[in-house]
Ligand binder design. Structure first.
Ligand SMILES: *Cc1c(COP(=O)(O)O)cnc(C)c1O
Length: 377
């Protein structure tokens, strides 16, 4: 059933309600939530024969929820990178890809890997070089945008770039992981693909890997499902079940974590130990005005540089107690890491700390961070 036309979902004041309502069976006697169904094959006689080809009810629930949230149809993958690889899989030999200079390192790595094999050429542009993006869009085959970007949190002018002329066969994709579909809906802005790593905010509990690729174009929907089938990039039953469980509370989690992030960003920006605070919600942020126009909320990620270089930043990571010293983002627990300590990220400021703000009490978070920076406690 096409949930966009499902009368149950007409006239809602917020798409957030869809997170709770979508992806359920409404037939009498059905469990309210689709149970995890660990099945590879099914008794023949219906459309569902083999899970890798035909899906399972468990991951279809997740696809329904994210599909209605994004205003399109969503295809679930084994991880975010599996979904991204399926988008890149659509390119013919010799394609031209435009990529941001600041983006998820896995995407840059995948693009580089293919370029080295002679599959395509890459052109990289600053996230905020709107004119450059508009020009490059004209003859590109894949325009891959990420906004806000990782980890510098630069906001791209998606509306202008999506409106620029592009080839009918071109794919304009937005990595919407940092914004989430609650803050930004790329398909409505004119993108062909809205991608999210469900490992992050949708799952929200650091206990699964999954990726969601949402589209409106029917050709892309069919092609992405085909790629998933041929590459075997299917989500696991338990992961899909957990991602649905996570999605139910995503709006609440995001609301709380965003409120925390705004307060922490303000306090960090006036902290003596901090050299630079990057957060799209701060008025001093270079792309704040686009962020204000384009995003419903400013997200939960803060990148800040501290005085004292890499040594001081590593010390903060080792001193935090409530905040976890860990990579990744978008979970209930706050996590912090020094990004330049990661192989391939040495171009970043050495003392840049990326903080993913969780749902803990704000004063407890601030006390932990401030104590770690001033070395007390
Ligand atoms: C984590 C992440 C990905 C990759 O997703 P995985 O689930 O780790 O494969 C892609 N883009 C962004 C912005 C991410 O944060």
């Amino acid at each position: 059933m096409d949930k966009q036309t499902d009368p149950h979902f007409a006239n809602l004041a917020s798409v957030a309600s869809l997170l709770v309502a979508a992806g359920r069976d409404r037939r009498p006697g059905s469990p309210l939530n689709r149970p995890p169904m660990p099945a590879s094959n099914f008794v023949l006689g219906t459309e569902r024969a083999y899970a890798r080809d035909d899906g399972t009810p468990t991951w279809e629930a997740l696809e329904e929820i994210v599909g209605v949230l994004d205003g399109g149809h969503s295809v679930a993958f084994a991880s975010g990178m599996a979904g991204i690889a399926a988008v890149f899989d659509q390119l013919s030999a010799g394609s031209r890809i435009v990529l941001p200079d600041d983006c998820y390192q896995g995407v840059a790595g995948l693009a580089e890997f293919g370029a080295q094999k002679g599959r395509w050429s890459i052109h990289r542009l600053a996230v905020d070089d709107t004119d450059g993006w508009i020009q490059a869009t004209a003859d590109a085959d894949l325009i891959w945008l990420e906004s806000p970007s990782n980890p510098l949190l630069v906001v791209a002018d998606l509306r202008s770039i999506c409106a620029a002329p592009r080839k009918a066969s071109a794919i304009l994709a937005v990595d919407n992981t940092f914004a989430t579909s609650l803050n930004q809906r790329p398909l409505e802005l004119g993108a062909d693909v809205s991608f999210q790593s469900a490992t992050k905010f949708i799952g929200g509990h650091s206990d699964l890997l999954a990726g969601m690729v949402s589209v409106r174009r029917h050709d892309l929907l069919v092609a992405l499902r085909k790629s998933r089938e041929l590459h075997g990039a299917t989500p696991g039953a338990l992961e899909a079940f957990l991602a649905v469980r996570g999605a139910r509370t995503m709006a609440l989690r995001l609301e709380r974590a965003e409120a925390n992030a705004m307060i922490l960003a303000e306090r960090l920006s006036s902290h003596a130990g901090v050299a630079c605070t990057r957060f799209p919600g701060l008025r001093t942020h270079p792309t704040h005005s686009i962020a204000r126009a384009q995003l419903k909320g400013y997200g939960t990620i803060i990148s800040f540089d501290i005085h004292g270089g890499a040594v001081a930043a590593d010390a903060v990571c080792s001193r935090v107690r409530l905040i976890q010293h860990a990579t990744s983002l978008g979970a209930v627990e706050s996590t912090i890491e020094r990004r330049a300590s990661i192989p391939g990220q040495q171009h970043l400021p050495p003392s840049l700390l990326r903080l993913s703000v969780g749902i803990e009490n704000i004063e407890d978070l601030w006390n932990d961070l401030d104590a770690a920076m001033t070395n007390r406690g």
